[in-house]
Structure formats: C-alpha cells, structure tokens
Design a protein around this ligand. Structure first.
Ligand code: ATP
Ligand code: MG
Length: 259
C-alpha cells in the first residue's frame, strides 16, 4: 500500500556539512511518529526539507505516492502538510483570532479586488473564515482568548496558537517542531492530550520533534533517531529506550536512558 508520506534517501548538505544524510521514513494517515536526536542532529532540517523551506540536495519526498521533492512551501501546504516552528512565529500585535485567520487567507489567497470592494462574496468568505478560525481555537482550547493580543499570551499558549494556525490549512500531516519547549509539566500534559485529540478526530498523521523524552515516549507509536545527520534507529518507544546506539548518542547530554 502507498504510504501517505514517504522520504527516500533524502540528504541536505550545507557546504561541507551533511546536516541530513540518507534519511528515509514512511508515515501513514493517523500515525504518531517521533523524531529525536541530540542538538544539531538535523531534525529541524528534515522538517525544513519536507515543508519546502529548503530543497534537499539528494533523495526524494513523496506525498500520496507522487513526488513533491523541491516543491515550494505554499505548494506543500496546499497539498496538506502543515508545520509549527521551533522558534514561535506569530504576529504578536494581532489578536489570537486574527493570527488564525491569516493562515486561512494565506492558504486561500483571497481575491484582493473582492477584499477592496467589500463585495458580498468577500464578506461571506470572511465570515466563513472567522467561523472556521474560531473552531480551530476551540479545538486547541484558546477560544476564550480570541480577542487577546498574541504577544500577551503566556509561552505555552503561544505554542498552542501555532498549532491552531497549522490546523487552519486542514492538514493531513502535521509537523510539530518542539511543541513542548518552555512548557510546564501540566501544560505539557495538556499538549499531549491535544495532539492525540487532533489525530483521533481528524486522522491526521503527526511527525513530532521533541527533547522531552517522557513526553515523546508516552505519545509516539514509533520513533526515529538522528545523530549527526545519520539515522541511527527507528522503532517502538520501548525498543528505542534500550537501543545501545541511541543511549550512546545521548550519553551525558540528557540522561534520558534512565528516565
Ligand atoms: N540554513 C543553514 N545553513 C547552514 N547550516 C545549517 C542551516 N540549518 C541548519 N544548519 C546546520 O545543520 C545542522 C543540523 O541543524 P538542525 O537545526 O537541523 O538540528 P536540530 O536537530 O534541529 O537541532 P536542535 O535540537 O538544536 O534544534 C547543524 O549543524 C546546523 O548548524
Ligand atoms: Mg531543531
């Protein structure tokens, strides 16, 4: 059967540095897959290649069986792959609701002339976008904060708003780059429940980078491990936890093997 998403032998070089080398993975609809590895292992680079922010220097990326290798970001997003960023990217001066609405506008490229003229068609579309944006906020537990300035939200809620923005494009695959970074333990637990809910309600495939090992071990069904751009292991959390190559890669950096 064709996988929803697949990378085959993908590489990304920056000058002399092989940030990612010979990376292959396959993710099905509704699968929850983790991507871990020490700092600088190449995790974000994998996401940057998938989401079309940078082209790979080798290999191929497939979506529903067709190559999307080297597609620009807007085409990847339109195909149904959305992402969040390790460094939060929000419009701080805009409201929580407007931040989500902007994502819709980017994906729809709402006709500028209609917007200028305030035509009925535009007004109808605007109210639909507002309604759907509110439903993304409800799903992420932020609806009551819709009028708040994004910059005023605590860090954990800003991360959730990033997820709400990603949901606006109705992705079939969601890439989350360190969504729990900077969250306290109760926020992290809520986040895990939110990610599961997104998967369960929409059948969204989820590919998730995290340094919080407890979080990733509990949440993911399969985990891929990168070290210095090389894929060193892939398997169920219980197997990854006792994998010697993984323990060696992490030794002294997180002490995760004992957690
Ligand atoms: N645009 C770029 N130009 C040059 N080098 C880059 C670029 N992006 C990443 N790198 C390098 O590629 C390597 C992998 O970086 P990447 O950000 O993918 O790591 P990471 O696994 O996400 O690390 P972290 O856990 O710290 O976020 C690093 O050595 C980094 O310095
Ligand atoms: Mg990173």
């Amino acid at each position: 059967m064709t996988a929803l998403f697949e990378m085959r032998h993908v590489g990304k070089r920056f000058g002399g540095l092989a940030a990612v080398d010979d990376f292959s993975i396959s993710i099905g609809g509704g699968e929850l897959v983790g991507l871990i590895g020490p700092n600088g292992a190449g995790k974000t680079t994998v996401f940057n290649v998938i989401s079309g922010f940078i082209p790979p220097t080798g290999g191929e990326v497939f979506w529903k069986g067709a190559s999307i290798t080297g597609f620009p970001a807007h085409r990847v997003a339109a195909a149904g792959i959305a992402r969040t960023f390790q460094n939060i990217r929000l419009f701080g001066d805009m409201s929580v609701l407007e931040n989500v609405m902007v994502s819709f506008h980017h994906s729809l490229r709402s006709n500028f002339m209609h917007a200028m003229l305030g035509t009925p068609r535009h007004r109808k579309e605007e109210s639909r976008i507002r309604r759907e944006s509110m439903s993304c906020l409800e799903e992420t537990g932020l609806a009551h904060l819709f009028a708040e300035k994004a910059a005023n939200l605590p860090y954990g809620q800003q991360r959730k708003l990033e997820i709400a923005r990603a949901l606006a494009t109705r992705p079939r695959l969601l890439l989350l780059d360190e969504p729990a970074a900077g969250m306290n333990p109760s926020e992290t637990m809520e986040l895990a429940a939110l990610i599961r809910r997104i998967r369960d309600n929409h059948g969204t495939g989820i590919f998730l980078i995290e340094h919080d090992m407890k979080f990733i071990m509990r949440l993911c069904e399969r985990i891929k491990v990168l070290d210095h751009g090389q894929s060193i292991a892939e398997g169920a959390p219980a197997d990854i936890r006792k994998n010697l190559a993984v323990i060696k890669a992490y030794l002294g950096s997180t002490g995760y093997a004992s957690s």
